[in-house]
Write a protein that binds this ligand. Sequence first.
Ligand SMILES: [Zn+2]
Length: 373
Amino acid sequence: MAHLAHLTESIGPRVSGAAGEQAAIAYIRDQFAASGYSVEVLEFDFEGDRFQSATVRSGTTTIEALTLAGSKGGTASGRAVYVGLADAAGIAGRSLDGAIAIADRGSLLFADKYENVRAANAAGLIIINNQEGMFSGTLRKPAHFPVVGVADTAAANLKAAAASGAMVSIETPTVIDTPSANVLARPAAGDACQVLVGGHHDTVAATPGANDNGSGTATVLELARALAADGLDEGLCFATFGAEESGLHGSSALVQRLRTEGALPRYMVNLDVVGIGAGVAVIGSPEPVARAIKLASSLGIPALATELPSNYGSDHQSFRDAGVAVVFFTSGEFPTIHSPRDVLRDIDPAEVERIGDLAYATIRDLLAQVAQP
Ligand SMILES: [Zn+2]
C-alpha cells in the first residue's frame, strides 16, 4: 500500500513518455535495487499514436493537451475562433484562414471535425472535452496540421480567447516516436530468467491509475522484496512494463530483448488490476493456471480460472504469443479504470493481499518446476 500511495498520490498519472512515467521508473528501479536485484532500465520507442503530450498556449496560460492519433507534429499558431461542434452550424460558412479552431467534443467524429475546419482553411484544431478530464482519440489518418484535445477545465480560457480574437498556439511533438522504458530486475546482470513476474507501470492520461495498474506495479515490487527476503532465487526475474496502454509495446519490447539474448523465460506471471474485488481471476496457459487454482484452494483463496473479455488485453499476451507459458492474476473488477475515479481510497488492501499471496505461492511452485531436471 505504501508503494501504491507513492505511485498514485506522490506521482499521479504515469503516461508513457511523460514525466510521471519517468518518476515511476526511478522509484521502481530503486525499490528493486533495495531488494538486492541487479536492475536495468531498458528504453524503447514506440509509434506514439495516442496519449502524446502536447501544449496549448493562450496568453500567459499554458494548457496541457494530448495529440489525437494522426495529428501533424510541430507548432501552429493563429487567432482563436470558436466553432462550436465544428459542424456546419458551428463554422457558419466562415473562413478560418490561418486560425486555430476551438471546438467542443461531441456529436461528430473527431475526423469529421478535422475535415470541416480544414475545409475552412484552419491552421490547427483544439477540441475541448465534454466530460471531466483529458481524453484521447483518433483522426484515423494523417492530418495536415496539429490537432489536440484538452480537458473541460480549459473551456473558459479558450472561449474567452476566441471571443476577443486572441492568438493561441499548439505545440506538439515533432517526433512521432514516444520514448518509454521497461524496468528489469534480475538476481545478477545477464542472468537467464526462468520465471518472469511483471505488470505494467504506465497509465492512460488524467488518472492516478490506482487499480490500473498501480495495484499490479506495487504487488510486483512487494513480491520481489518478499521473495528476496531469504536470498535471491536463481532464474527469478521481475519487470515492469511501459506503454501497455498504447498497445502492449513494453512487454513486446522485452520479449524481443530476451529473445535476442537467447533466453525467453519458461513462465511469465502477470499482475494487472488487482485492487478491487473479492476473489482472483486466473487467466492464461492451462498448466500454470491449473497449478495456481490448486494452490488457491489449499490456501483458502477464492479463485476462478477464466478468460479475458475479448476487448481487453494485458502484457501476458506478448509472452504467450512468443510461446511462453503464462499466468495472469487480476481481480476481474474494473469499474473505474481509465478514469480520474481510479483512486487509492477505493483499493481494498485485502484483495491486493489475496492476489499477492496467491502469486507468491504460484511463483514458488513455478520455481520448483523449473528447478526439476
Ligand atoms: Zn492495465
